[in-house]
Design a protein around this ligand. Structure first.
Ligand code: PMV
Length: 342
């Protein structure tokens, strides 16, 4: 057990799903497999000091400010870890976090935040048990991250991650694994985020997941996601870009369709979300370039393209500024994954 304070810091990426996780059961287990990629620029850095204490005490400071709501969430998270491992019962845990991106960028920071915390937790456990860093370090981090926020399980890796059972891979519901078997063009994936709105219109994902439990279309959605996961892996392996984008876009639309047919219903698209989607389709038809979009649980559009087409797509990207909130476009892309800080 811990007899003196231990400090550790990790930087973890936000991820964006290509096959969406929307619907969960049990202890944060997904109703279908999901596939995502980690972003290069949008990250969260967390430094944690673990110190011996008579009971569990958690403090949380985000960019110099205390955040009571998130602190409470983290305290619950650490007490649930206390059920899995005995380490976290008598400990003072002081957490300091900062994002590389402003809140107004509309990038969801829960995944990078919980992943960076989970990596710190895992470093502590490895320190206490004197284990060498190995692949199981990331699997365990992913498992802990999942208990904090499902999508965070996919943020402990770089590039592409799969979380959830599929019939062809060794993937499972407990933790995510890195997916590596794809055509090299996918190393070039770029993501220009059109920030349509910076309002907190995003629905709380807890509410969203729960509504799936009473959504009459849920089972069909889970079956489709299962099929789409297999199809997209095949398309990525073979470098079939048309199929890749067809699935990615269908996935974004299906998740939003689930929100629209939920009871109560949620409509997260802004008029400019739709305008941009239509422009992307028209641009693809005119140019035949391999581009497409995905959308998170919010109104912003992630425009996907490949590095080799940068010059050809840049004028199109710039044309969308007028439809973006304060003209904000975030240039991001496939990232290499988490980093341990000195
Ligand atoms: O990790 P959660 O519970 O906040 O779920 C978020 C799920 C989406 O981001 C909307 C989709 C996904 O697969 O990441």
């Amino acid at each position: 057990s811990l007899d003196k304070p231990f400090t550790v810091s990790w930087t973890a990426p936000a991820n964006i799903a290509l096959v969406k996780y929307w619907g969960k059961h049990g202890k944060q287990l997904p109703c279908n497999p999901s596939l995502s990629f980690s972003l290069r620029e949008s990250t969260t850095t967390t430094r944690i000091t673990f110190a011996p204490h008579k009971s569990l005490k958690v403090s949380f400071n985000f960019q110099g400010l205390e955040n009571e709501r998130f602190r409470e969430r983290l305290e619950k998270f650490f007490s649930s870890l206390g059920e899995v491992t005995h380490f976290f019962k008598n400990m003072e845990i002081s957490i300091e976090s900062a994002n590389s991106f402003p809140h107004s960028d509309g990038v969801a920071s829960t995944s990078s935040s919980l992943a960076s915390i989970a990596l710190c937790v895992c470093s502590l456990i490895y320190e206490l048990t004197e284990k060498e860093m190995d692949d199981s370090f990331y699997r365990l981090s992913s498992y802990f991250a999942r208990l904090g926020s499902g999508s965070a399980s996919r943020s402990v890796y770089g590039r592409y991650s799969i979380w959830g059972h599929t019939s062809i891979l060794a993937s499972n519901d407990e933790y995510a694994i890195e997916y590596k078997d794809y055509d090299p063009i996918f190393m070039e994936l770029c993501d220009a985020i059109f920030v349509v709105s910076d309002s907190d219109k995003r629905i709380s994902s807890t509410v969203g997941h729960n509504l799936m439990n009473v959504n009459p279309y849920a089972d069909i959605r889970y079956q489709n996601a299962q099929k789409n996961a297999l199809k997209i892996l095949d398309a990525m392996k073979k470098g079939r870009l048309d199929t890749f984008y067809a699935i990615v876009e269908q996935e974004a639309m299906e998740m939003h369709a689930m929100m629209m047919v939920a009871n109560p219903s949620f409509l997260l698209f802004d008029p400019n979300t739709i305008a941009i989607i239509n422009r992307i389709k028209a641009f693809r038809e005119q140019t035949s370039l391999p581009v497409g979009y995905t959308i998170d649980a919010g109104p912003n559009v992630h425009f996907l393209y490949f590095e080799r087409d940068r010059e050809k797509v840049m004028p199109f990207i710039e044309e969308q500024r007028a439809l973006c909130h304060k003209g904000i476009i975030v240039f991001d892309g496939l990232g290499a994954g988490p980093v341990k800080n000195p």
